[in-house]
Write a protein that binds this ligand. Structure first.
Ligand code: 13P
Ligand code: SF4
Length: 378
């Protein structure tokens, strides 16, 4: 645990008191403060977000918030790191709970990635064609690795666009995709890459000899990482949903495994799922394979339009990392910011996410390249 226990002042507030303190601090700081909230945040937190979005939208918004001195990120650690990488030197990015990490991001460690890179460069027939692409759900040092090696970031919302960009520049490029094997596989397959042209890299076995012949036809090397929340969805749940209601449409996130993505009616990132269901016809029914907080909010939002929305799985499908951001921690961090602005020399700001300058420089290359391509400016 990196997060220190909360002081009594904020630990024992009831919900009304906590919400009042949050509102007061937001009023006091006005445009000096911006709160960003990922769609997987619980309702009590989500209601205070000035901007809500998926990873792509939030990274674009974070890059635009030049007027805000304090960016409070209600999401997980890698998102706050990205916001810090894209922020100006005067801005401070704060994560209300330091233990809000991401198990998928932790599956790619820099030493392992460097080993993998060296082995691939030694074994591939055309090592110069290897391009690292990393899903933003990764630590800043992995993003920096990609930036240093001519690579680029992507999110679940623009993964296909980024693959297209790479392969349109060089149809023979070999992508090293980190850290989510499922997003990489689902995206490449949807673009016509055969499963036989994908190689799964298991970082725990890289001391074993890997023969060049194993990569001979590979167009993409997939890092063996995954999201525990999206692995809760299964093809059996999809069959059951269709058996119970033949008209139900199943939509799942591309972090789900290949068979689930293949069996679903639609596959889309968080923001794409919202857009598809918001545009759906009255009377339609949807079973959704993504995090429960978002699905429940969507269910309530759609009910007045007679669009039925439910979670695909009967299991919890809760991102425990995201849910560490609770009202007590949000209240605490805002209280500390409120005290800090009154006496900046005497109060230390806790939970500042600060990426070192050398990592920032290289990570920014990979992130900005993604933002440029997504904005259509390159
Ligand atoms: P997106 O926000 O890119 O849809 O990713 C989902 C997720 O798992 C975030 O951690
Ligand atoms: Fe990480 Fe999955 Fe949680 Fe997203 S939903 S933060 S990928 S564990």
């Amino acid at each position: 645990m990196k997060q220190t226990p909360l002081p009594e002042k904020t630990q024992y507030l009831n919900t009304d008191q906590a919400f009042q303190l949050i509102r007061q601090t937001k009023e006091l700081l006005a445009e000096r403060l911006v709160i960003l909230g990922h769609h997987y945040q619980r309702d009590e937190i989500f209601q205070f977000a000035d901007f809500a979005g998926d990873s792509l939208k939030l990274s674009q918004i974070a890059a635009e918030q030049k007027q805000a001195e304090f960016i409070v990120f209600c999401g997980v650690h890698f998102m706050a790191e990205s916001a810090d990488v894209l922020s100006t030197p005067d801005q401070k990015v704060l994560l209300p709970h330091l233990d809000a990490g991401c198990s998928m991001a932790e599956m790619a460690d820099l030493d392992q990635v460097e080993d993998c890179w060296e082995i691939l460069r030694a074994k591939l027939p055309h090592p110069e064609k290897l391009v690292p692409i990393n899903y933003v759900n990764s630590t800043a040092d992995i993003k920096a690795f990609c930036g240093r090696h001519g690579g680029i970031c992507c999110t679940s919302g623009n993964c296909r666009q980024i693959f297209e960009w790479v392969w349109s520049r060089d149809p023979d490029a070999v992508i090293l995709f980190l850290p989510d094997q499922h997003l990489g596989r689902n995206t490449a397959y949807a673009m016509g890459v055969e499963l036989e042209q994908m190689f799964l890299w298991d970082p725990t076995r890289n001391n074993e000899p890997v023969g060049a012949e194993q990569f001979a036809d590979s167009r993409i090397i997939l890092w063996d990482g995954s999201c525990c929340v999206h692995q809760e969805f299964t093809t059996e749940q999809i069959e059951k949903a269709h058996a119970e209601d033949p008209d139900v449409k199943v939509i799942v996130h591309p972090e789900c495994n290949f068979d689930v993505a293949q069996s679903a009616d639609y596959v889309g990132s968080t923001e794409q799922i919202l857009n598809v269901i918001r545009a759906a016809e009255a009377g339609s029914s949807w079973a959704v394979g993504t995090e429960v907080n978002m699905v429940n909010r969507l269910k309530n939002e759609m009910a007045p339009r007679n669009i039925k929305v439910r979670l695909l799985s009967d299991t919890a499908c809760l991102c425990e990392d995201m849910s560490r951001i609770d009202p007590a921690h949000l209240t605490w961090i805002l209280d500390r910011i409120g005290e800090y602005v009154k006496a900046p020399k005497d109060v230390e700001l806790p939970n500042k996410i600060t990426v070192s300058e050398d990592i920032k420089r290289d990570a920014r290359k990979a992130l900005e390249k993604m933002l440029d391509i997504t904005a259509g400016s390159k």
